[in-house]
Write a protein that binds this ligand. Structure first.
Ligand SMILES: [Zn+2]
Length: 644
């Protein structure tokens, strides 16, 4: 029996407002003084707080209590509401008001289970798109020569791709991909037309010539049609047919995830890049300019009112990194003296944005300075560096810019730390991909964190380079608040799994920041980041190769570390307690063998502890029994007050 709102406030109270949390507060009264305990569990966020209340104050119709969780001071300021028999108010972190809270005597039944990971099902088309099929494996791409005309009025494309390859195995069935509604109209090898069969977006071509191992061959693939329009570029890709301020056409492509076969025929699997690069020849109306990848090597005015622009890429290029941008572009350049000499930096923007771009794009040099420091030379000196107004995407040597020429991500700071407003997110993030996405490219989309995790982390390194280490750390801590932990970072292999989690960005970056703490040697860490870009220069990789490389270079067995953060959604949690002179701790919420060392402050003394999933007992002479975990580690903690 509780006497509501009388003197007797003791007993259990339940929070009723937050559907994603379950909060219980127990209040006791002894010798006229209140005390209590606090239990808070979040759904889909494997962290619990189980802590004593530091102070409880009951005064007239108000109830105040405070507690400390890690180094955070939490307080609740509530007033009684006699109509609903509840205490209502707010919850504060320090002096910052956070969420509204209502405490009731009635327990709230909530499903606090974590959403199960649903087995996904895949179609034959998913396999044809995502697997290194037999019809792909036997030949190695060496060059693409893409040549097409764009009919903007009719949103129509027509052209050909001449594919050069080396024969690895003597087979005669070749898979080339082109997505509907585009269609392949003709395939030619050595002057002879070939037959082909279509299965959805995959074409199986029957070759006639003998394919001798080691020989170099060419095949010409002709195609045409109205390419898919992008419903929501760049997330749902395709062609975007827009207009500039003068009403002139402004056309650009995006195809990450969907794949380049969305707009041109190719071997649409990321594992194979053309070793000797690509030529892109685009014919557009003569009052417009076409910008693609690499360097502009020829411009030809045709007699029918069109101009053909030829762009040449000499390095291997990842296929979603190939871009088409067509507009009445204005151009300016600003060469950069970098680690490998002078890098041509060319900028193409709509006429109305020229003055703004001249100011904003100065950040490209700041980016190059920071990233060459952390990752080594810009990987495509021969192909130049470009910013091209279009879609925000890491198009190789032709980074797409869709920003508003202001700092932040269209003016907002993804980290909430303030540091995100010190740079233009689109310039820094998309250019960071030149190292992680274009230089080091995933073989399979399941490993997309290699692109987005490292590149999101590169934002923090940019901040660190220009504003100091503390600033970089603050940026990272802010980014880590956006982690969802709904599904693991690593997706399904061999099916081009497009169902990606945002955690490939935020958690991918956060685990790298945590790993830097574990390695605990900033020069070694930088050598690893630079070394990755040398060891995997112009290569496609698996996450396992990246994991092994970092393990080898650091001298640590990082398998449990990567398995924990990449392949589970659990936040490793340090469970600990103090008893007399004893300090005991272990990892929970962790995979077997998880043994990440941790930097902590124990009674004001900084030290490293080496928890495993079994209890470790240490003796401590200190008496305050206060443990603070270095906040650069992405972990949770749980001070066990009951079951020690
Ligand atoms: Zn990105």
């Amino acid at each position: 029996m509780y006497s509501l709102f009388g003197q007797n406030i003791t007993g259990k109270w339940y929070e009723t407002q937050n559907p994603n949390a379950s909060l219980e507060v127990t209040i006791d009264k002894n010798n006229n003084a209140y005390s209590g305990s606090f239990n808070w569990k979040w759904k889909n966020w494997i962290s619990t707080v189980n802590a004593p209340l530091d102070h409880v104050t009951v005064k007239n119709d108000s109830l105040l209590f405070e507690l400390t969780h890690d180094n955070f001071k939490l307080s609740f300021k509530l007033k009684k509401d006699t109509e609903t028999d509840t205490y209502k108010g707010f919850f504060y972190l320090g002096s910052r008001q956070l969420e509204p809270v209502t405490l009731s005597r009635i327990p709230i039944a909530r499903d606090m289970s974590i959403a199960p990971i649903v087995e996904k099902t895949y179609s034959r088309q998913d396999t044809l798109r995502g697997k290194i099929t037999d019809e792909r494996a036997w030949w190695n791409l060496t060059h693409y020569d893409l040549d097409f005309e764009l009919d903007i009025e009719n949103k129509f494309i027509k052209g050909s791709n001449t594919i050069t390859y080396t024969v690895l195995e003597p087979k005669k069935a070749m898979q080339i991909d082109l997505q509907e509604p585009l269609k392949i109209t003709k395939v030619v090898q050595a002057g002879e037309s070939l037959s082909f069969a279509r299965e959805g977006n995959a074409y199986f071509i029957q070759l006639k010539e003998n394919q001798l191992v080691g020989s170099s061959k060419k095949i010409e693939v002709y195609y045409e049609g109205n390419p898919k329009e992008a419903p929501r570029a760049p997330w749902d890709g395709g062609f975007s047919w827009e207009k500039d301020a003068n009403g002139k056409p402004f056309v650009f492509t995006s195809c990450q995830g969907e794949g380049a076969s969305l707009w041109w025929p190719n071997k649409d699997h990321m594992y194979d890049e053309p070793d000797n690069g690509m030529t892109i020849r685009v014919t557009v109306p003569e009052d417009l300019m076409a910008v693609a990848n690499g360097k502009l090597t020829a411009t030809k005015k045709n007699t029918n009112g069109t101009t053909t622009y030829q762009w040449t890429v000499v390095n291997p290029i990842n296929n979603y990194g190939v871009a088409l941008n067509v507009a009445d572009y204005v151009h300016f350049s600003d060469p950069y003296k970098g680690m490998k000499g002078t890098l041509a930096c060319d900028y193409y923007v709509l006429p109305e944005n020229l003055e703004k771009a001249k100011v904003q794009f100065k950040q490209a040099h700041l980016m190059l300075e920071a990233f060459e420091h952390w990752f080594g030379p810009y990987p495509f000196y021969e192909d130049s560096y470009k910013l091209v107004e279009g879609v925000g995407m890491e198009h190789q040597s032709s980074v797409g810019y869709s920003g508003e020429f202001i700092n932040g991500q269209r003016g907002s700071d993804l980290s909430g730390s303030g540091w995100g407003l010190k740079f233009d997110y689109l310039i820094i993030h998309e250019s960071g991909h030149e190292w992680f996405a274009n230089n080091i490219t995933y073989k399979d989309m399941a490993d997309m964190w290699v692109h987005e995790g490292f590149t999101t982390y590169s934002e923090a390194l940019y901040v660190e380079y220009h504003f100091g280490k503390k600033a970089g750390e603050e940026y990272m801590k802010g980014i880590s608040h956006n982690i969802e932990n709904k599904i693991p970072i690593i997706g399904d292999y061999d099916v081009n799994d497009k169902d990606i989690t945002q955690d490939i960005y935020t958690k991918g970056a956060t685990l790298l920041h945590t790993l830097r703490q574990v390695i605990n040697d900033d020069e070694k860490w930088r050598a690893i980041l630079t070394g990755l870009n040398t060891a995997f220069y112009h290569k496609t990789v698996t996450t396992a190769e990246i994991e092994n490389y970092i393990s080898q270079q650091s001298g640590l067995n990082l398998k449990p570390f990567f398995d924990q953060y990449l392949r589970t959604v659990q936040i490793p949690t340090l469970e600990y307690y103090f008893e007399d002179n004893k300090f005991a701790y272990r990892w929970i919420n962790a995979i077997p063998g998880f043994n990440m060392p941790l930097k902590v402050k124990l009674d004001d003394k900084v030290q490293w502890i080496k928890p495993t999933t079994n209890w470790t007992h240490e003796y401590t002479n200190e008496t305050k029994n206060e443990l603070i975990i270095d906040s650069n580690f992405y972990v949770a903690s749980f001070k066990n007050m009951i079951n020690k």
